[in-house]
Design a protein around this ligand. Sequence first.
Ligand SMILES: [Zn+2]
Length: 416
Amino acid sequence: MAAPGENLRINGDRLWDSLMEMAKIGPGVAGGNNRQTLTDEDAEGRTLFEKWCEEAGCTMGLDTMGNMFARREGTDPEALPVYVGSHLDTQPTGGKYDGVLGVLGGLEIVRSLNDMNIKTKHPIVVTNWTNEEGTRFAPAMLASGVFAGVHTQDWAYGREDAEGKRFGAELERIGWKGDEEVGARKMHAMFELHIEQGPILEAEGKDIGVVTHGQGLSWTQVTVTGKDSHTGSTPMPMRKNAGLGMARILELVDQIAWSHKPDAVGAAGHIDVYPNSRNVIPGKVVFTVDFRSPDLSVIEDMEKRLREGASQICADMGLDVAFEKTGGFDPVEFDKDCVAAVRNAAERLGYSHRDLISGAGHDACWINQVAPTAMVMCPCVDGLSHNEAEEISKEWATAGTDVLFHAVIETAGIVE
Ligand SMILES: [Zn+2]
């Protein structure tokens, strides 16, 4: 199939107007948005999106998790659709672009194809995934996770918000629970455009991030046990200082992460010290070591070296140590062909680009388990996101959507 001509561009003004129009629904208190999942504001945003999709000639599908699928037909009735999308829900103090750009960017692709009278072999389906943010109902990426078979629907329906309201009941209440079986759709491919939510692209002056991987994560809870004793009257040789043991282990965690530079990271963000009193040498500390890397073998190596090294440190100090793996997920390697389609699109359109590893989770990370998937990223100011001050420029949004456009239509096949 021929590559799309470099003259094919989306309408950046129309895209921007739609972003600003959507941002009027569920406004925040400081210029951003509060359009949390399964609220009345979410329903209003969905209604506007559906209206726009229907005006663009799409038919809307809705599954039992409230995922929305706006379909533009292709010429081959047998061909599986190319999916494109992200999420319209926001954090309670969220920005106007996190997720929304990926959904409205997908809509802009359909509008542009209509303008240019271009037909594609494969249908194109613009998707809004329910509850990506996971703030109101944990965890994040809930509905795409059910779609990909990571969670069961019953479990998802039973998730409760802070007021004890259940996901399933709230989905029904806002009127966006469909009949279609979740996960039944088969995909030719799926593309997600998202703001970076990190500082790299802006710092390097790049227009486009070609996302090759999603970072994996491992949480190990470490409990070091020594003996509570007086900080004044216990002689140095007789101390069993669990706090000092932790300090040495944290130094090791830092060394382990650095040994896998540049992509691995490690730290302990959660630390409890017992009894946490000024004049008591800590007899116990509990802390969680958070290791991340896009490479599973690196994560496994870091976990192993933590256990071996910390055991040695504690043995030398007369301390006991115990480990418990309390969380994690494997790294994501996006589909090589889809990633190449994104990179080639940036190249063809003359946008500067670099490969990027997603530090955050996205719907695309789950969908990658059931369909060939890739992501496009565009910069955001100061890398700031999950904040009402989240900002991007119209040029960045346009570049990202142009690249998405080319990757999608090349994959969907332009019919001459
Ligand atoms: Zn997002």
